[in-house]
Design a protein. Structure first.
Length: 268
Protein backbone atom coordinates (compact mmCIF):
# COMPACT_ATOMS: atom_id res chain seq x y z
CA UNK A 1 0.00 0.00 0.00
CA UNK A 2 1.44 3.43 -0.91
CA UNK A 3 2.56 5.71 1.93
CA UNK A 4 1.68 9.38 2.11
CA UNK A 5 3.84 11.91 3.86
CA UNK A 6 2.46 15.09 5.33
CA UNK A 7 4.05 17.92 7.28
CA UNK A 8 3.33 18.04 10.99
CA UNK A 9 1.10 20.97 11.85
CA UNK A 10 2.84 23.06 14.49
CA UNK A 11 1.06 25.71 16.55
CA UNK A 12 2.54 28.68 18.37
CA UNK A 13 1.02 30.02 21.61
CA UNK A 14 2.08 33.58 22.43
CA UNK A 15 1.26 35.04 25.84
CA UNK A 16 0.46 38.65 26.66
CA UNK A 17 3.05 40.92 28.22
CA UNK A 18 3.13 44.42 26.70
CA UNK A 19 6.67 45.39 25.68
CA UNK A 20 7.81 41.97 26.86
CA UNK A 21 6.14 40.72 23.67
CA UNK A 22 9.31 41.71 21.80
CA UNK A 23 10.72 38.47 23.23
CA UNK A 24 8.20 36.51 21.13
CA UNK A 25 9.90 37.92 18.05
CA UNK A 26 13.29 36.70 19.25
CA UNK A 27 11.83 33.24 19.83
CA UNK A 28 10.21 33.19 16.39
CA UNK A 29 13.44 34.35 14.72
CA UNK A 30 15.29 31.40 16.24
CA UNK A 31 12.52 29.01 15.17
CA UNK A 32 12.81 30.31 11.61
CA UNK A 33 16.56 29.73 11.68
CA UNK A 34 15.83 26.09 12.55
CA UNK A 35 13.36 25.89 9.67
CA UNK A 36 10.29 25.69 11.93
CA UNK A 37 7.17 27.58 10.86
CA UNK A 38 3.64 27.57 12.31
CA UNK A 39 0.47 26.15 10.83
CA UNK A 40 -1.53 28.24 13.33
CA UNK A 41 -0.91 30.89 15.99
CA UNK A 42 -2.92 31.65 19.12
CA UNK A 43 -2.19 34.83 21.03
CA UNK A 44 -3.36 37.14 23.78
CA UNK A 45 -2.64 40.88 24.04
CA UNK A 46 0.98 41.49 22.94
CA UNK A 47 1.01 37.90 21.69
CA UNK A 48 -2.03 38.68 19.54
CA UNK A 49 -0.31 41.75 18.07
CA UNK A 50 2.90 39.87 17.30
CA UNK A 51 0.96 36.83 16.07
CA UNK A 52 -1.19 38.88 13.71
CA UNK A 53 1.76 40.72 12.20
CA UNK A 54 3.68 37.47 11.76
CA UNK A 55 0.62 35.71 10.33
CA UNK A 56 0.37 38.48 7.73
CA UNK A 57 3.73 37.40 6.32
CA UNK A 58 6.09 39.84 8.02
CA UNK A 59 9.41 38.58 9.39
CA UNK A 60 10.46 39.08 13.04
CA UNK A 61 12.96 41.74 11.89
CA UNK A 62 10.25 43.53 9.86
CA UNK A 63 7.98 43.59 12.91
CA UNK A 64 10.78 44.91 15.14
CA UNK A 65 11.29 47.75 12.69
CA UNK A 66 7.57 48.56 12.74
CA UNK A 67 7.69 48.85 16.53
CA UNK A 68 10.92 50.83 16.53
CA UNK A 69 9.20 53.41 14.35
CA UNK A 70 5.92 53.36 16.29
CA UNK A 71 6.32 53.50 20.07
CA UNK A 72 2.95 52.03 20.97
CA UNK A 73 4.10 50.27 24.13
CA UNK A 74 5.58 53.41 25.70
CA UNK A 75 2.96 55.11 27.86
CA UNK A 76 4.37 58.53 26.95
CA UNK A 77 3.18 57.99 23.37
CA UNK A 78 -0.45 57.43 24.35
CA UNK A 79 -3.28 59.91 24.79
CA UNK A 80 -4.99 60.16 28.19
CA UNK A 81 -8.77 60.38 27.97
CA UNK A 82 -11.05 62.23 30.35
CA UNK A 83 -12.77 58.95 31.20
CA UNK A 84 -9.53 57.91 32.93
CA UNK A 85 -8.17 55.53 30.28
CA UNK A 86 -5.35 55.67 27.80
CA UNK A 87 -6.57 55.58 24.22
CA UNK A 88 -5.85 52.68 21.85
CA UNK A 89 -6.01 54.98 18.81
CA UNK A 90 -2.21 54.94 18.42
CA UNK A 91 -2.28 51.16 18.05
CA UNK A 92 -5.37 51.28 15.84
CA UNK A 93 -3.68 53.73 13.45
CA UNK A 94 -0.58 51.53 13.34
CA UNK A 95 -2.60 48.41 12.54
CA UNK A 96 -4.64 50.19 9.86
CA UNK A 97 -1.38 51.30 8.29
CA UNK A 98 0.09 47.81 8.47
CA UNK A 99 -2.73 45.49 7.37
CA UNK A 100 -3.91 45.85 3.79
CA UNK A 101 -7.20 44.15 4.67
CA UNK A 102 -8.94 44.25 8.03
CA UNK A 103 -9.92 40.60 7.90
CA UNK A 104 -8.62 37.35 9.40
CA UNK A 105 -9.17 35.74 6.00
CA UNK A 106 -6.41 37.89 4.48
CA UNK A 107 -3.74 36.42 6.78
CA UNK A 108 -1.29 33.82 5.46
CA UNK A 109 -1.37 31.76 8.68
CA UNK A 110 -4.35 30.73 10.80
CA UNK A 111 -4.71 33.07 13.77
CA UNK A 112 -6.72 32.96 16.99
CA UNK A 113 -7.00 36.11 19.09
CA UNK A 114 -8.30 35.97 22.67
CA UNK A 115 -10.12 38.78 24.49
CA UNK A 116 -12.23 38.90 27.66
CA UNK A 117 -15.96 39.65 27.61
CA UNK A 118 -16.55 41.70 30.80
CA UNK A 119 -20.34 41.35 30.69
CA UNK A 120 -20.45 37.58 30.28
CA UNK A 121 -17.26 36.97 32.26
CA UNK A 122 -15.74 34.65 29.70
CA UNK A 123 -12.89 34.44 27.23
CA UNK A 124 -13.82 35.12 23.60
CA UNK A 125 -11.84 33.65 20.70
CA UNK A 126 -11.73 35.51 17.39
CA UNK A 127 -10.58 33.80 14.20
CA UNK A 128 -12.86 35.26 11.50
CA UNK A 129 -14.20 38.67 10.56
CA UNK A 130 -12.62 42.01 11.41
CA UNK A 131 -9.04 41.63 12.58
CA UNK A 132 -8.12 45.02 14.01
CA UNK A 133 -10.94 45.31 16.58
CA UNK A 134 -10.10 41.82 17.82
CA UNK A 135 -6.44 42.74 18.33
CA UNK A 136 -7.31 46.05 20.04
CA UNK A 137 -9.71 44.27 22.39
CA UNK A 138 -7.16 41.57 23.19
CA UNK A 139 -4.56 44.21 24.11
CA UNK A 140 -6.80 46.51 26.18
CA UNK A 141 -5.26 46.05 29.64
CA UNK A 142 -8.01 46.72 32.22
CA UNK A 143 -7.94 50.07 34.04
CA UNK A 144 -5.07 51.28 31.82
CA UNK A 145 -6.79 51.18 28.41
CA UNK A 146 -10.37 51.87 27.43
CA UNK A 147 -12.44 48.73 26.69
CA UNK A 148 -13.60 47.90 23.17
CA UNK A 149 -17.33 47.78 22.58
CA UNK A 150 -18.19 45.43 19.72
CA UNK A 151 -21.18 43.22 18.91
CA UNK A 152 -22.87 44.18 22.22
CA UNK A 153 -19.79 43.03 24.12
CA UNK A 154 -17.48 45.03 26.37
CA UNK A 155 -14.07 43.56 25.65
CA UNK A 156 -10.73 43.87 27.45
CA UNK A 157 -7.35 42.13 27.55
CA UNK A 158 -7.59 38.39 26.92
CA UNK A 159 -5.01 37.81 29.64
CA UNK A 160 -7.61 38.47 32.32
CA UNK A 161 -9.00 34.97 31.76
CA UNK A 162 -6.57 33.35 29.34
CA UNK A 163 -3.03 34.69 29.08
CA UNK A 164 -1.73 31.51 27.48
CA UNK A 165 -4.39 30.37 24.97
CA UNK A 166 -3.44 26.82 24.08
CA UNK A 167 -7.07 25.73 23.64
CA UNK A 168 -7.73 27.00 20.08
CA UNK A 169 -4.84 24.87 18.80
CA UNK A 170 -6.03 21.62 20.34
CA UNK A 171 -7.29 19.27 17.68
CA UNK A 172 -5.90 21.24 14.74
CA UNK A 173 -2.17 21.06 15.51
CA UNK A 174 0.04 18.00 15.94
CA UNK A 175 2.53 19.83 18.16
CA UNK A 176 2.55 23.10 20.11
CA UNK A 177 5.38 25.49 20.93
CA UNK A 178 4.62 27.96 23.71
CA UNK A 179 6.32 31.31 24.25
CA UNK A 180 5.57 32.77 27.69
CA UNK A 181 6.97 36.17 28.69
CA UNK A 182 5.37 36.76 32.11
CA UNK A 183 7.58 34.56 34.24
CA UNK A 184 6.90 35.18 37.93
CA UNK A 185 10.06 35.76 39.96
CA UNK A 186 10.69 36.89 43.51
CA UNK A 187 11.77 40.50 43.67
CA UNK A 188 10.57 43.48 41.70
CA UNK A 189 13.21 44.06 39.06
CA UNK A 190 14.78 47.38 38.13
CA UNK A 191 11.81 49.61 38.86
CA UNK A 192 10.50 50.73 42.21
CA UNK A 193 7.85 48.38 43.53
CA UNK A 194 5.89 51.33 44.86
CA UNK A 195 5.15 52.91 41.51
CA UNK A 196 1.46 52.60 40.72
CA UNK A 197 1.93 50.83 37.39
CA UNK A 198 4.42 48.36 38.87
CA UNK A 199 1.97 47.39 41.62
CA UNK A 200 -0.93 46.99 39.17
CA UNK A 201 1.21 45.00 36.75
CA UNK A 202 2.57 42.70 39.47
CA UNK A 203 -0.95 42.01 40.78
CA UNK A 204 -2.21 41.29 37.26
CA UNK A 205 0.57 38.80 36.54
CA UNK A 206 0.24 37.07 39.91
CA UNK A 207 -3.49 36.66 39.30
CA UNK A 208 -3.05 35.00 35.90
CA UNK A 209 0.11 32.96 36.61
CA UNK A 210 -1.50 29.74 37.90
CA UNK A 211 -3.81 29.46 34.92
CA UNK A 212 -0.92 29.87 32.49
CA UNK A 213 1.39 27.44 34.27
CA UNK A 214 -1.32 24.79 34.41
CA UNK A 215 -1.05 24.50 30.61
CA UNK A 216 2.67 23.81 30.33
CA UNK A 217 2.02 20.12 29.71
CA UNK A 218 -0.10 21.03 26.69
CA UNK A 219 3.07 22.20 24.95
CA UNK A 220 5.66 20.01 23.28
CA UNK A 221 8.17 22.80 23.86
CA UNK A 222 7.55 25.51 26.49
CA UNK A 223 9.82 28.55 26.23
CA UNK A 224 9.63 30.82 29.27
CA UNK A 225 11.63 33.99 28.82
CA UNK A 226 12.92 35.52 32.12
CA UNK A 227 11.78 39.14 31.84
CA UNK A 228 10.85 40.15 35.39
CA UNK A 229 13.43 42.95 35.19
CA UNK A 230 11.38 44.62 32.45
CA UNK A 231 7.93 46.09 32.89
CA UNK A 232 5.07 45.99 30.38
CA UNK A 233 5.91 49.45 29.02
CA UNK A 234 9.70 49.10 28.88
CA UNK A 235 9.86 49.83 25.16
CA UNK A 236 13.28 51.48 25.40
CA UNK A 237 14.78 48.03 26.04
CA UNK A 238 13.06 46.39 23.05
CA UNK A 239 16.31 45.11 21.52
CA UNK A 240 17.45 43.59 24.83
CA UNK A 241 14.07 41.89 25.26
CA UNK A 242 14.20 40.57 21.68
CA UNK A 243 17.68 39.11 22.33
CA UNK A 244 16.54 37.47 25.57
CA UNK A 245 13.75 35.78 23.63
CA UNK A 246 16.21 34.53 21.03
CA UNK A 247 18.75 33.36 23.64
CA UNK A 248 16.08 31.56 25.67
CA UNK A 249 14.82 29.75 22.57
CA UNK A 250 18.42 28.76 21.85
CA UNK A 251 18.50 26.93 25.19
CA UNK A 252 15.73 24.69 23.82
CA UNK A 253 17.55 23.92 20.58
CA UNK A 254 17.77 20.16 21.12
CA UNK A 255 14.05 19.91 21.97
CA UNK A 256 13.18 21.98 18.93
CA UNK A 257 15.41 19.96 16.61
CA UNK A 258 13.83 16.78 17.94
CA UNK A 259 10.41 18.23 17.16
CA UNK A 260 11.59 19.15 13.69
CA UNK A 261 12.74 15.56 13.10
CA UNK A 262 9.20 14.44 13.81
CA UNK A 263 7.75 17.06 11.52
CA UNK A 264 7.08 14.49 8.79
CA UNK A 265 4.87 11.65 9.84
CA UNK A 266 4.02 8.49 7.92
CA UNK A 267 0.41 7.62 7.31
CA UNK A 268 -1.08 4.54 5.69
Amino acid sequence: MPIALKAMKIGYVLSGGGARGFAHLGVIKFLEELGIYPYAISGTSAGAIVGALYASGKSPDDIMNIFRNNRFFGLSSLAWRKEGFFSMEVLRALLKQTFKEDDFAALKTKLFVVATDLVEGRAVIFSTGQLIDAIIASASVPVVFEPVIAADKILVDGGVLNDFPVEPLSGICDAIIGSFVNKIEKGVGKNSFFKTFNIAERCFHLAIANSAYSKINNCDVFIEVPLHHYDMYDVKHADEIFKLGYDTALLHKEQLLSLKEKSKIVQQ
